[in-house]
Ligand binder design. Sequence first.
Ligand SMILES: Nc1nc2c(ncn2[C@@H]2O[C@H](COP(=O)(O)OP(=O)(O)OP(=O)(O)O)[C@@H](O)[C@H]2O)c(=O)[nH]1
Ligand SMILES: [Mg+2]
Length: 385
Amino acid sequence: MTLNDDQVAQLLNEGITCIGCGAQFQSEKAGVPGYLNQSKLHNYLASLNSIDDPIELLCERCFKLKNYNQIEPVAFDSAHFQQILSSIATKKALVLYIVDLFDVAGSMIDGLSRFIGQNPVVLIGNKLDVLPKSVKKNKLANWLRKQAKDQGVKAVKSVILSADKGDAGQILLDEIADYVDDYPEIFVVGVTNVGKSTLINQIIKQVSGNGSVITTSRFPGTTLDKIEIPLTETSKIIDTPGIIHASQMTHFVDSKDFKYLLPNKEVKARTFQLISGQSIFLGGLGWIDFLNKQKISFTAYFDNKLDLHRTKSEKAAVFFKTQAGKIMQPVVLPGNEEMQSKEIKLSAGQDLAISGLGWFTFHDPVVICFHFQKGLAISVRQAEI
Ligand SMILES: Nc1nc2c(ncn2[C@@H]2O[C@H](COP(=O)(O)OP(=O)(O)OP(=O)(O)O)[C@@H](O)[C@H]2O)c(=O)[nH]1
Ligand SMILES: [Mg+2]
């Protein structure tokens, strides 16, 4: 059996959504979320056996992302994203709060507890695979919980994993098993790009055997609306669009340069010893001057492809002006060149984290002056690892 024109019209009137990104389908305007050409949309719906069949259709943007890894820019409705998040407070829900272990400060949501009310939170540190293998998981989980607590989020537990590894779905299902019967809705929340959809795909794979149902990509803003996936008879897991943090480095560079920012394999710790009057450059993005009198040692955690180049501080500004974009890559997109410079003191055992890029762990007390783009988030914290 196939659907007739009236049934197709009924489905279109009710509003059907893309399985990849959650956007409602429309055929009026290319470049707006949910676009699919009218005949493709109609033919797919007409080929369904029943009006109640699940819709497993991709919009044009998801199709290009999945098949060609090409992004079609769309206008994000940040207010809608926030609204989805704040609707959680009035529901009985379990919240799976995902943060990126490679950008913890940059991937925490400001005021999350205000959005989700009294609902329990399971904190998930994702992308464990990019941290050095020597990292102690328990210690990292406790550190992460403390970071969230400092931001006002008290997690019932904290789990460390890699969402893109085969066992992630089962690990998470085991961790939340005690809650599933009591919470009909399980919301997966987090900043964009932390791996929410990747993790849900692993859960779907565990439950139904289907892999990569939801669209995932390294471009921020892949998921555009809620995507509800049934988990048990009484509960469903809900993917949400990531909150956009414009202060992450990802928003300052061209997507072709994400390879310098978003590691896809273990980051090698790089240890340096510097003396006063030396500076270290991070590709062509910015630099740090060391103002100490004595020699200091520190470890850098950045993508292995990002060149960390030393030079004399007295030459640093000229060097940056003449070499960024030439021997030093990557550089920021035009319009983002305005810099901020700040002098700070750090103690031994503290990190300087540059959002969306990586961090330095200092093994000695140090005074530095950093020079990075205005609007980029830079923070000091107790060492992560
Ligand atoms: N190395 C590594 N990469 C991961 C992991 N999980 C996800 N990723 C990558 O991170 C990027 C973002 O993943 P998504 O699942 O699309 O992230 P999201 O949180 O759903 O993003 P939005 O939909 O934009 O909010 C993709 O390139 C994933 O392959 C992981 O455990 N390790
Ligand atoms: Mg997503």
